[in-house]
Design a protein around this ligand. Sequence first.
Ligand code: UDX
Length: 483
Amino acid sequence: MRITVLGMGYVGAVAAAGLARDGHQVLGIDVDPAKVERYRRAEVPFYEPGLDELVREGVASGRLQFALPAEVEPGRLGDLVFVAVGTPSRASGAADLSQVEAAVAWVAEQHRKVKAVAAGPSASAGRDPAGSDGLPEGGPVVVMKSTVPPGTGRRLRHRYLETAGIAYVSNPEFLREGSAVHDWFHPDRVVVGSDSPSAAQQVARLFQHYGAPVVVTDTATAEMIKYGANAFLATKISFINELANMCDRVGADVEEVARGIGLDPRIGSQFLRAGLGYGGSCFPKDVAALDHLARVYDYPFELLRAVIAVNARQRLLPLYALREALGSLAGVRVAVLGLAFKPKTDDVREAPALDLIPLLVEEGAEVRAADPQAVERARPLLPASVHLTPSALEALEGAQAVVLATEWDEFVRLDWEEAARRMAEPRLVFDGRNALDPERMMALGFRYRGVGRGRFTAPWAAAVPAGQPAVDGFGRDGKAAAR
Ligand code: UDX
């Protein structure tokens, strides 16, 4: 098939390269000339394991090409046009659909040009004859990969596509950054939603050979499946984080609680890792957009609001814990390990470290931060005084405290003995991802604290300097709430 993919971010690039591997002729389009230039040289402008090879292979085979919109001949779009442009959050939490609208309008415009040429100079821009399922025949199919709020597809179809003779299919994407290439070829399920059964079948066939169950449904339902999946996973994370906070109070270990409850298949063991909460380009934005949609419909989705509130609180736990241990952070050297929102990506969108570091700096801490991939992306978003380095040991030099914010392998497997030598008293370790072994860390002379590992926190409290009032772990001294 001839396929066009609009938007060469990580979803679009993985889709384009994956479809090219499957033997399709794919054109990847992006509005950023620098990006297109790099892809043409078979370079991926961001870090995603395995994608470089896939893009190189596609480019070498001639099945994967790239272009700017202005370079595309109207007839070149092919059978399917995937839309994978960004849908960032507006200040209200609503999804900003301007890029999606522009992309869909552009496809309609291109198709009109083709029809005008085919019909000759007397052609009118009238409505196409309806196909057997009531939708226009003959045009390309727009396949929406971008995450758009339920109801958007039908609106886009009425506004831009129906009169142009283009069908619309919602085909939400469940790729995880860091394992996007693997996820593309091994989906758990494929969701295809359309008000045109023939268009839905055409897209479903594309993924048939992956052997995953295919959910064929209507447009709004497919859109809701994506939001439902992300909101549910976010809920699982906030739930385990709430349990973790309780574990800290009663002296239990959330890691064992997670194992104990996760063995029940109705609960499941995944997405029960307590820590600084979720970040990234999807969960925060999609949960906020669903919450916004609920407000638009005057429906108080209470559970979702709690999920968001817990997540916002969770990322500040290290700040409260350091205050509790040290009283004041003025002049304290703090190392933060991890800037990316999770390991194996250089994506820093909604990363906990990016909220935490400015607050530490505001309280007078001297912050040194390390990340193996994300330093360049994080630099413009952080106070200039923060020392940034790819090396954990360099960041730890002379630090009284370290916060593990992202569980990169490099950090988990660090030579912690050497780290202890390089750090200064009282050698506090706030393990924001419960990725380190508390007993080993304490044996090495660190004062360890995780999230919900209450039974290991006694030595931490002992770090409070004599005469300093201990601050409640949740910042009920008022300072944290002032944020
Ligand atoms: C997510 C969804 O998994 C994916 O299906 C969707 O298409 C896009 O959003 P991604 O954002 O790449 O993918 O990351 P994911 O691995 O799901 O992690 C999301 C966040 O949750 C990360 O910040 C991670 O640290 C956090 N997380 C995950 C936890 O805090 N605890 C967990 O148990 C799991």
